[in-house]
Design a protein around this ligand. Structure first.
Ligand SMILES: *[C@@H]1O[C@H](CO)[C@@H](O)[C@H](O)[C@H]1NC(C)=O
Length: 202
Protein backbone atom coordinates (compact mmCIF):
# COMPACT_ATOMS: atom_id res chain seq x y z
CA UNK A 1 0.00 0.00 0.00
CA UNK A 2 1.33 3.45 -0.83
CA UNK A 3 2.42 5.80 1.93
CA UNK A 4 -0.50 8.06 1.13
CA UNK A 5 -3.09 5.35 1.45
CA UNK A 6 -1.44 4.28 4.64
CA UNK A 7 -1.57 7.81 5.97
CA UNK A 8 -5.24 8.12 5.07
CA UNK A 9 -5.92 4.82 6.76
CA UNK A 10 -4.23 5.95 9.94
CA UNK A 11 -5.97 9.31 9.92
CA UNK A 12 -9.28 7.61 9.35
CA UNK A 13 -8.64 5.41 12.33
CA UNK A 14 -7.60 8.34 14.47
CA UNK A 15 -10.62 10.27 13.26
CA UNK A 16 -12.72 7.38 14.43
CA UNK A 17 -10.88 7.35 17.72
CA UNK A 18 -11.74 11.02 18.09
CA UNK A 19 -15.35 9.96 18.24
CA UNK A 20 -14.60 7.72 21.25
CA UNK A 21 -18.08 7.36 22.66
CA UNK A 22 -19.65 6.43 25.99
CA UNK A 23 -21.93 3.78 24.45
CA UNK A 24 -21.83 0.46 26.26
CA UNK A 25 -22.91 -2.39 23.98
CA UNK A 26 -22.07 -6.07 24.26
CA UNK A 27 -21.42 -8.68 21.60
CA UNK A 28 -24.84 -10.18 22.33
CA UNK A 29 -26.51 -6.79 21.83
CA UNK A 30 -24.90 -6.38 18.42
CA UNK A 31 -24.77 -9.89 16.91
CA UNK A 32 -27.72 -10.63 14.61
CA UNK A 33 -29.31 -9.36 11.43
CA UNK A 34 -28.53 -5.84 10.27
CA UNK A 35 -29.37 -3.63 7.35
CA UNK A 36 -26.56 -1.30 6.32
CA UNK A 37 -27.72 1.79 4.42
CA UNK A 38 -25.01 3.38 2.35
CA UNK A 39 -24.77 6.86 0.86
CA UNK A 40 -23.04 7.88 -2.38
CA UNK A 41 -19.39 6.93 -2.79
CA UNK A 42 -16.78 9.62 -3.21
CA UNK A 43 -16.78 10.85 0.38
CA UNK A 44 -13.40 12.30 1.38
CA UNK A 45 -11.24 9.63 3.06
CA UNK A 46 -11.56 9.89 6.82
CA UNK A 47 -14.32 12.51 6.61
CA UNK A 48 -16.83 12.83 9.41
CA UNK A 49 -20.20 11.31 8.62
CA UNK A 50 -21.78 12.60 11.82
CA UNK A 51 -24.03 15.09 10.04
CA UNK A 52 -24.54 13.08 6.89
CA UNK A 53 -28.22 13.16 5.97
CA UNK A 54 -28.25 10.71 3.09
CA UNK A 55 -29.55 9.96 0.53
CA UNK A 56 -29.05 6.35 1.53
CA UNK A 57 -29.01 4.72 -1.86
CA UNK A 58 -27.61 1.24 -1.28
CA UNK A 59 -28.88 -1.38 1.11
CA UNK A 60 -26.89 -4.40 2.25
CA UNK A 61 -28.24 -7.02 4.60
CA UNK A 62 -25.74 -8.80 6.79
CA UNK A 63 -25.94 -11.31 9.60
CA UNK A 64 -23.33 -11.02 12.33
CA UNK A 65 -22.60 -14.45 13.75
CA UNK A 66 -20.48 -15.86 16.55
CA UNK A 67 -17.58 -15.63 17.00
CA UNK A 68 -16.69 -13.26 14.13
CA UNK A 69 -18.33 -14.48 10.93
CA UNK A 70 -20.56 -12.27 8.80
CA UNK A 71 -22.70 -13.43 5.90
CA UNK A 72 -24.35 -10.99 3.52
CA UNK A 73 -27.61 -11.39 1.60
CA UNK A 74 -25.73 -12.90 -1.37
CA UNK A 75 -24.01 -15.52 0.75
CA UNK A 76 -20.61 -13.80 0.81
CA UNK A 77 -18.75 -14.54 3.99
CA UNK A 78 -16.51 -12.14 5.86
CA UNK A 79 -15.50 -11.17 9.35
CA UNK A 80 -16.67 -8.69 11.93
CA UNK A 81 -15.61 -7.59 15.35
CA UNK A 82 -16.77 -5.34 18.14
CA UNK A 83 -14.77 -2.13 18.63
CA UNK A 84 -14.51 -2.03 22.42
CA UNK A 85 -18.09 -1.71 23.69
CA UNK A 86 -18.75 1.18 21.34
CA UNK A 87 -19.42 -0.17 17.90
CA UNK A 88 -18.35 -2.67 15.30
CA UNK A 89 -16.25 -3.20 12.23
CA UNK A 90 -17.47 -5.42 9.37
CA UNK A 91 -15.49 -6.72 6.40
CA UNK A 92 -17.55 -8.44 3.73
CA UNK A 93 -17.71 -8.63 -0.05
CA UNK A 94 -14.66 -6.40 -0.48
CA UNK A 95 -16.07 -3.63 1.66
CA UNK A 96 -15.31 -2.45 5.16
CA UNK A 97 -17.78 -0.71 7.51
CA UNK A 98 -16.95 0.97 10.81
CA UNK A 99 -19.95 2.06 12.85
CA UNK A 100 -20.40 3.39 16.36
CA UNK A 101 -23.47 2.38 18.34
CA UNK A 102 -25.98 5.17 18.74
CA UNK A 103 -26.17 6.75 22.17
CA UNK A 104 -27.52 9.73 24.03
CA UNK A 105 -25.67 11.41 26.87
CA UNK A 106 -27.43 13.64 29.37
CA UNK A 107 -24.99 14.64 32.06
CA UNK A 108 -23.73 11.38 33.52
CA UNK A 109 -26.66 9.42 32.16
CA UNK A 110 -25.81 7.48 29.02
CA UNK A 111 -28.43 5.68 26.95
CA UNK A 112 -27.00 3.17 24.47
CA UNK A 113 -29.02 2.20 21.38
CA UNK A 114 -27.08 -0.92 20.50
CA UNK A 115 -29.42 -1.87 17.63
CA UNK A 116 -28.53 1.26 15.63
CA UNK A 117 -25.37 3.03 14.60
CA UNK A 118 -24.66 6.67 14.09
CA UNK A 119 -23.50 7.34 10.51
CA UNK A 120 -19.99 5.95 10.04
CA UNK A 121 -17.52 5.35 7.23
CA UNK A 122 -17.31 2.54 4.71
CA UNK A 123 -14.68 1.90 2.07
CA UNK A 124 -13.33 -0.83 -0.18
CA UNK A 125 -10.75 -3.19 1.25
CA UNK A 126 -8.17 -1.30 -0.81
CA UNK A 127 -9.22 1.87 1.09
CA UNK A 128 -10.96 3.50 -1.87
CA UNK A 129 -14.50 4.58 -2.70
CA UNK A 130 -15.44 5.95 0.70
CA UNK A 131 -19.03 6.47 1.72
CA UNK A 132 -21.11 7.16 4.80
CA UNK A 133 -23.43 4.45 6.07
CA UNK A 134 -25.55 3.63 9.05
CA UNK A 135 -26.76 0.33 10.41
CA UNK A 136 -30.08 -0.75 11.81
CA UNK A 137 -30.53 -4.13 13.45
CA UNK A 138 -33.69 -5.78 12.18
CA UNK A 139 -36.31 -7.84 13.87
CA UNK A 140 -35.07 -6.72 17.23
CA UNK A 141 -37.16 -5.38 20.05
CA UNK A 142 -34.11 -4.19 21.88
CA UNK A 143 -34.65 -1.61 24.51
CA UNK A 144 -32.20 1.21 25.04
CA UNK A 145 -29.73 0.48 27.84
CA UNK A 146 -28.95 3.08 30.44
CA UNK A 147 -25.82 3.42 32.53
CA UNK A 148 -24.11 6.20 34.42
CA UNK A 149 -20.68 7.35 33.39
CA UNK A 150 -19.12 9.99 35.59
CA UNK A 151 -15.69 9.54 34.02
CA UNK A 152 -16.18 9.93 30.30
CA UNK A 153 -14.58 13.19 29.23
CA UNK A 154 -17.04 15.92 28.34
CA UNK A 155 -15.12 17.91 25.78
CA UNK A 156 -13.25 15.24 23.91
CA UNK A 157 -12.64 17.48 20.91
CA UNK A 158 -10.39 19.57 23.13
CA UNK A 159 -8.91 16.59 24.91
CA UNK A 160 -5.29 15.68 24.51
CA UNK A 161 -5.16 12.06 23.50
CA UNK A 162 -2.18 10.23 24.88
CA UNK A 163 0.26 8.08 22.99
CA UNK A 164 -1.14 5.14 24.95
CA UNK A 165 -4.60 5.89 23.59
CA UNK A 166 -3.32 5.95 20.01
CA UNK A 167 -1.44 2.71 20.56
CA UNK A 168 -4.57 1.09 21.92
CA UNK A 169 -6.48 2.08 18.78
CA UNK A 170 -3.70 1.04 16.42
CA UNK A 171 -3.38 -2.39 17.98
CA UNK A 172 -7.15 -2.84 18.02
CA UNK A 173 -7.20 -2.05 14.31
CA UNK A 174 -4.31 -4.37 13.55
CA UNK A 175 -6.04 -7.12 15.46
CA UNK A 176 -8.86 -7.02 12.95
CA UNK A 177 -7.16 -5.76 9.80
CA UNK A 178 -6.60 -8.47 7.22
CA UNK A 179 -5.40 -6.59 4.18
CA UNK A 180 -3.43 -3.75 5.71
CA UNK A 181 -1.70 -2.75 8.88
CA UNK A 182 -2.06 0.43 10.89
CA UNK A 183 1.07 1.97 12.34
CA UNK A 184 1.58 4.53 14.98
CA UNK A 185 2.96 7.56 13.21
CA UNK A 186 5.39 9.10 15.63
CA UNK A 187 4.61 12.72 14.71
CA UNK A 188 0.97 12.23 15.68
CA UNK A 189 1.53 10.69 19.09
CA UNK A 190 0.49 13.08 21.83
CA UNK A 191 -1.45 15.36 19.52
CA UNK A 192 -4.93 16.43 20.50
CA UNK A 193 -7.92 15.58 18.39
CA UNK A 194 -8.27 19.12 17.14
CA UNK A 195 -4.67 19.30 16.03
CA UNK A 196 -5.10 15.99 14.28
CA UNK A 197 -8.20 17.20 12.47
CA UNK A 198 -6.36 20.33 11.44
CA UNK A 199 -3.46 18.26 10.11
CA UNK A 200 -5.93 16.24 8.16
CA UNK A 201 -7.36 19.44 6.76
CA UNK A 202 -10.82 18.46 7.99
C1 LIG B 1 -21.53 -1.95 30.48
O1 LIG B 1 -22.39 -3.07 30.35
C2 LIG B 1 -21.89 -4.22 31.02
C3 LIG B 1 -22.79 -5.39 30.66
O2 LIG B 1 -24.08 -5.01 30.36
C4 LIG B 1 -21.82 -3.93 32.51
O3 LIG B 1 -21.31 -5.07 33.20
C5 LIG B 1 -20.87 -2.74 32.74
O4 LIG B 1 -20.86 -2.39 34.10
C6 LIG B 1 -21.34 -1.55 31.92
N1 LIG B 1 -20.38 -0.47 32.00
C7 LIG B 1 -20.67 0.69 32.59
C8 LIG B 1 -19.61 1.73 32.53
O5 LIG B 1 -21.76 0.90 33.11
Amino acid sequence: MSRWLELFAVLAVLGAAAADTPANCTFEDVAGKWTLWEGPRGVKPGASCANHQGPWERKVRVTLLSPNKVVDQFGNEGTWTMVYNQGFHINVNGRSYFGYSAFKKEGQKVTSYCHKTVPGLAHDVNIRHWSCFYGQKSGSKMLPKIHFDPFHPQGLQAAHLSRAHHERVVSAVNARARSWKAELHQPFAGLGVEEMLRLRGG
